[in-house]
Design a protein around this ligand. Structure first.
Ligand code: M6R
Length: 615
């Protein structure tokens, strides 16, 4: 939820940290702060607001020199977003300074103890408690920072990624993680610390990803030393060579990351099936499935766990798996699943879907499923993420970095992976005819160019957005495969434009939502040719007779809906099972343009963060 950056080495730390925070701002953006050490003074500046606000304030407040520093961009958990609660936090002596991503659940009891011991607190944060706990341990037993961090963390309940240094030992930064990501960039005589690799990718491709319950002492002139926090055992650092490049994490001429990511979908989908889908040979190669084939073919059922947009992709997969592979599927919100004592057996396959691979609820659901003996398969985008590592096997989506908070290419690439899996299993189980199987493969291969076609409605959608930008409510209706797309369209609009929107199965409208319809209510109806078309047309007629404004998402060449609807947006024809990959495109663009026209912060909508690493 928060972004953390650190630097120690021969360069000026400030520009690296500032740029790094801007790249990590997708993780949280209600306040920001930086601490720098210049060999003499420890300087700190922090503020409520964005990294740009911090930059303005910091450069007037402190000198930016120093080769050691840490910085933070916050998504508040404990304590409202204000200057005081912003990170970094000092310890009482002013010697230690810390940044933290996560929640210390037992901070109140720890704080009481520290108050008894004479400590005072200026903020409402759990983080200030942690830095003073570390200081207390250090002073009481005359310990070095690393040891004190370890002992303190053993008293802590909760989740964290921390980065802390002592101004009296300016050649090292101590970092640790449990439940929140932390990477160490390893350069020549310099180290970088960050929540993900984007802040340091232009300096080094070599990264160490800490595992849960690990801490590291990052000391100049030495190799990174990693220990298990609980049992003190040493862990050999694994330095990974990253494939990420700078271009992937920049806007590339687009006004927003969200628009760039919408337009990246043709390539993202292609990258996702590249090397896996060999349509002309009728082959789907997926090592994560091939290596565990019996788990899937013998599964009593598939349980999908996910949150948000990933949950919507999971809901699409329910249709695909049941329809094509005849495997019963249950789709669960990870946050509900983890707390409701679900019945899970060794014959269940659990598929966890997550773009970031860091969502706390999804991670907890995976751990629960594993503890009950289920086989857990991950569908993640971020390589090396916690969920990718925690699952028994998996398939990456290869969408490339998704930085806009509103998920777009994650959704379509997740559906692509899930479709590949379902088709592969359908073929093996014999639940699909040979001709249908080959047809599906060919059609899937054509999807990227059809997405390109769908994107051509951009200007037309912008005009529709202008017509409806001032309304207070929207309804989204879809049936079958496109019911989850209706939910996803409504979620997109809510999160970036703050307009209230609901998604419904089209036929459910008459059981309640129809009461909302009047001349002020725009209703987006997904009415593609293959997919209960006639039934949806009847729903459109019901809306029309109540004067609702209809925006139809239709198949190219449609006649019937065109006559009834106020606006139509055409998409190319495809199979019903693949249609979500196309119908979602105009909905993404519609929400994008409404938010832009309302002057909202599209990439960083209020109250949200890209990866939700707290429950
Ligand atoms: O990283 P994940 O896919 O696990 O994230 C799940 C949700 O937090 C995420 O999809 C969220 O709903 C997005 N903001 C939706 O656009």
């Amino acid at each position: 939820m928060c972004g953390i950056v650190g630097y120690i080495g021969h360069r000026e730390a400030y520009p690296i940290i500032l740029k790094g925070l801007k790249r990590l701002e997708y993780r949280g953006y209600d306040s920001a702060g930086i601490a720098l050490f210049d060999g003499k003074d420890l300087k700190l500046s922090k503020t409520k607001g964005k990294v740009a606000d911090l930059q303005e304030r910091l450069e007037n407040e402190i000198s930016t020199s120093g080769n050691l520093g840490i910085g933070h961009t916050r998504w508040a958990t404990h304590g409202v977003p204000n200057d005081v609660n912003s990170h970094p936090h000092y310890s009482n002596s002013g010697d230690l300074v810390i940044i933290h991503n996560g929640i210390i659940e037992n901070y109140e009891s720890l704080k009481k103890e520290l108050i008894k011991r004479g400590y005072t607190f200026t903020s409402d944060t759990d983080t200030e408690v942690l830095v003073n706990l570390i200081e207390d341990v250090m002073k009481s037993d005359n310990l070095k920072l690393g040891k004190a961090v370890q002992i303190a963390l053993n008293q802590v309940v909760g989740a964290y990624a921390i980065s802390v240094f002592d101004k009296n030992k300016p050649n090292e930064i101590v970092v640790a993680r449990l439940g929140s990501p932390l990477a160490i960039g390893v350069g020549e005589d310099e180290f970088f610390i960050a929540s993900d690799a984007s802040p340091f990718i232009e300096y080094t491709n070599n990264a160490i990803y800490l595992e849960d319950e690990e801490m590291a002492i990052v000391r100049l002139g030495k190799k990174v030393k990693i220990r298990k926090i609980k049992d003190d055992s040493l862990v050999a650092p694994y330095i990974q060579e990253l494939q990420l490049n700078l271009e992937q994490i920049e806007k590339g001429g687009y006004e927003h990351f969200m628009l760039k990511e919408i337009y990246e979908q043709p390539n993202a989908i292609k990258d996702t099936y590249r090397g896996r889908l060999l349509a002309s040979q009728g082959i789907i190669k997926m090592s994560g499935i091939d290596d565990h084939l019996e788990k899937f073919t013998n599964a009593d059922r598939i349980i999908v766990v996910a949150c948000g947009t990933s949950w919507h992709a999971g809901l699409v997969s329910e249709y695909i798996f049941e329809d094509l592979a005849r495997i019963p599927v249950e789709v669960e919100y990870a946050s509900e699943f983890r707390y409701r004592n679900p019945i899970i057996t060794e014959n269940d396959v659990v598929i966890a879907i997550s773009q970031s691979g860091e969502t706390a609820d999804t991670l907890a659901a995976i751990k629960l499923a594993k503890s009950k003996g289920a086989f857990v398969f991950g569908v993640c985008n971020v390589v090396g993420s916690s969920i990718a590592r925690e699952t028994h096997a998996g398939a990456y989506t290869h969408a490339g970095p998704e930085i806009g908070v509103a998920s777009t290419k994650a959704f379509t690439t997740q559906i692509t992976v899930l479709t590949l899996i379902a088709l592969k299993l359908a073929k093996i189980k014999g639940t699909i005819s040979n001709s249908d199987y080959h047809y599906q493969l060919q059609e899937l291969e054509l999807i990227p160019e059809k997405v390109v076609e769908a994107l051509k409605a951009d200007d037309h959608i912008k005009k529709i957005a202008d017509t409806y930008k001032s309304v207070s409510n929207f309804l989204y209706l879809g049936r079958g495969y496109n019911f989850p797309v209706a939910l996803e369209g409504a979620l997109k609009l809510k999160e970036i434009s703050y307009i209230h929107a609901e998604g419904y199965p089209a036929a459910e409208m008459k059981h309640g939502p129809i009461a909302l319809i009047d001349e002020n209510m725009p209703i987006v109806v997904i009415a593609t040719k293959k997919g209960h078309y006639e039934k949806v047309v009847s729903n459109i007629q019901e809306i029309k007779s109540r004067k609702g404004k209809i925006i139809g998402i239709v198949t190219e060449g449609d006649v019937q809906v065109k006559e009834l609807a106020d606006h139509v947006i055409e998409i190319p024809e495809t199979l019903e099972s693949l249609s979500p990959l196309l119908t979602t495109i105009p909905l993404q663009l519609l929400s994008y343009y409404i938010a832009v026209l309302l002057d909202k912060n599209v990439d960083q909508p209020r109250n949200l963060a890209k990866s939700v690493t707290v429950e």
